[in-house]
Design a protein around this ligand. Structure first.
Ligand code: CUA
Length: 168
């Protein structure tokens, strides 16, 4: 069969480009460890009360390390306010009690989908004292727009002179 030389060139070019793409995929997946996000664990959303999520809140697990457990439900986060010290490494574990919610933490590169039956988990470093909101960004019903809460990052001074009137 006769193949025109230009046609042959383009056949080789297409195969070469596909080869490069496939190699890039292998390097990203196995060399750089870039994978799709996975649920940290599977759990029954009807049995949250039999897990760590029965007492959501902030737990210190290391020198300057905290695990935070948050329940997302129509239409609030529980708890709706958490306190962590500036400079801490904070890992968020979020699970839904009912429908799919979202979890977006202002200024900290955390943006997760909270699917019922899965634990969404992400870690960040909180460097700057201040008030940061986390909001639900998946439409979850008629109260979706009021579903938000806040993380208060305390530096040593504010931690020593906690003033509840500052919190709104
Ligand atoms: Cu929860 Cu929108």
């Amino acid at each position: 069969m006769h193949v025109d030389k230009y046609e042959r060139f383009w056949i080789y070019a297409v195969v070469a480009v596909l080869g490069v793409f496939f190699a890039a995929l292998l390097v990203a997946a196995f060399g750089l460890g870039i994978r799709l996000p996975q649920p940290a664990a599977i759990l029954n959303p009807l049995e949250l009360d039999q897990t760590q999520f029965s007492e959501p809140g902030v737990y210190q697990v290391g020198d300057n390390e905290y695990e935070v457990y948050i329940v997302a439900q129509m239409w609030a986060f529980v708890p709706n306010e958490i306190h962590v010290p500036a400079g801490a490494k904070v890992t968020f574990n979020v699970a839904s009690r009912d429908v799919t919610h979202g979890f977006y933490l202002e200024d900290h590169n955390i943006n997760m989908e909270i699917v019922p039956g899965q634990i969404a988990r992400a870690t960040t470093i909180v460097n700057e004292a201040g008030v940061y909101h986390f909001i639900c960004h998946e439409y979850c019903g008629r109260g979706h727009h009021i579903m938000h809460a806040q993380m208060i990052v305390e530096d040593e001074q504010t931690a020593n002179t906690t003033n509840p009137s500052e919190e709104s």
